[in-house]
Design a protein around this ligand. Structure first.
Ligand code: CTP
Length: 400
């Protein structure tokens, strides 16, 4: 995957900078073209000569060389790169990236980059666990920067815990996976639904649930980044999202509107992923006026809503894929398998509320998937972005 790819490597000042020599070596061995930018403090940890020798290119450190009068054009460097990898990315550089501070060539190139940017953070234990870092990484994540997670282990300070930069081999395979999946959904049209529905009771009240839509939006963004043309039917969530430019968003309120939009869009799609937490019941009648608390009890008569996923399962043609979600509190595998069969799905993604960090509102999720043949895969607790990757990778095997 890396052969002939242009990899721009930004190196910040941290002890992990010494490992960059190995990253460059692996990249060159894989046939990539490598150019390196170093910050001033990076030079204290590894010599530019080492990196220019290994990369077979001059190393860029300043905007201009006063002696030769040469100007290092950050825009050109950014355009040259198929991927801009910043490793190690220090807390200082991450903070500047998240806040638009541009006081060196590495950062100016970041702010000019149009192609994917990947960072491999590295820092000491306390810095790694500081809430500021989490905030800044969240900002970068929203800005579409991919983050290679820390490794845990002994740190330069002698402390032990998360903060180590991922090993060069891990970074190399991350880049390779990233490139192999970068456009694999080109020309595919995918329907995703997400979020809750609100079923009106009167003009001010509704029946709803705690879904934020984060999982479905992560799926839509992952698919769009991989080249798919995505239609996202999104329920009423108050969470603010950034949507990739390949996503068309249809906003709906009720289960009926969810059904109508999905049934309209699905026939022209290659696949659908239905992650929305659709209300199963809606009030039989909605009053035009606010219900007054004139009596001690109030009985609402509810009727079943349309089951969008089951309807798409009926509409599904031989070459279309369909993935549903199941939220279970008991007999999870059995119940989810029942839904997979009843709704004619290729795959069902099972969440349980019992797993810590999984479910509504969290940024992480823990899933188990069950396919048509009954094969069960259990995944670790991961960020919803990583979970989206796992699900989209599985979808790739379904629609080929
Ligand atoms: N679903 C749907 N329309 C509904 C209810 C659910 O499309 N009216 C979809 C969900 O988007 C999800 C899947 O069906 O992909 C399973 O949802 P879940 O709430 O787990 O199960 P239900 O089918 O509603 O069954 P139950 O509530 O009895 O577990």
């Amino acid at each position: 995957m890396l052969s002939k790819k242009n990899i721009l490597l930004g190196v910040c000042g941290g002890i992990a900078a010494y490992k960059v020599a190995y990253i460059v070596r692996h990249l060159i061995k894989s046939g990539a073209n490598v150019k390196v930018i170093m910050t001033d403090s990076a030079k204290a940890f590894i010599g530019p000569l080492t990196l220019s020798t290994l990369s077979k290119n001059p190393v860029y450190t300043d905007f201009f060389d006063t002696e030769s009068g040469e100007w290092s054009n950050h825009v050109e460097l950014a355009l040259w790169a198929d991927i801009y990898l910043i490793a190690p990315a220090t807390s200082n550089t991450i903070a500047k990236m998240a806040n638009g501070i541009c006081d060196n060539l590495l950062l100016a190139t970041y702010f000019s980059a149009k192609n994917p940017v990947i960072i491999a953070p590295a820092m000491d234990l306390d810095m790694a666990s500081h809430p500021t870092l989490k905030r800044n990484l969240d900002t970068l994540y929203t800005d579409n920067v991919s983050i290679i997670p820390f490794e845990s282990g002994e740190l330069a300070s002698g402390l032990v815990g998360p903060g180590r930069m991922a090993e060069p081999e891990i970074i190399h395979s991350y880049l390779s996976d990233f490139l192999s999946s970068s456009n694999d959904f080109e020309k595919k049209k995918i329907l995703v639904n997400a979020g809750p529905t609100h079923e009106p009771i009167d003009p001010v009240r509704f029946i709803g649930n705690r879904s934020t839509g984060k999982m479905g939006v992560a799926l839509a963004n992952e698919l769009a980044q991989r080249g798919a043309d995505v239609t996202l039917v999104l329920g009423p969530t108050s969470h603010q999202f950034d949507f990739h430019k390949n996503i068309s968003v249809i906003r709906i309120q009720t289960a009926q509107e969810m059904r109508d939009a999905c049934v309209r869009v699905y026939p022209s799609c290659d696949a659908g992923i239905l992650s929305a937490a659709v209300a199963d019941f809606t009030p039989l009648s909605k009053t035009d006026k606010k219900i007054k608390k004139s009596s001690n009890t109030l009985a609402l008569e509810l009727v079943k809503t349309p089951d969008t996923l089951a309807e798409l399962g009926q509409l599904k043609s031989g070459n279309q894929g369909l993935i549903g979600f199941a939220l279970e509190t008991n007999d999870a595998i059995e119940n989810a398998t029942g839904k997979l069969k009843r709704k004619n799905l290729d795959l069902i993604v099972l969440n349980t509320l019992e797993d810590k960090g999984a479910g509504f509102g969290h940024d992480t999720n823990k899933i188990t998937t069950i396919d048509k043949t009954g094969e069960i895969c259990t995944f670790d607790l991961k960020s919803k972005k990583q979970v989206a990757k796992d699900i989209v990778n599985t979808l790739k095997t379904i629609i080929k």
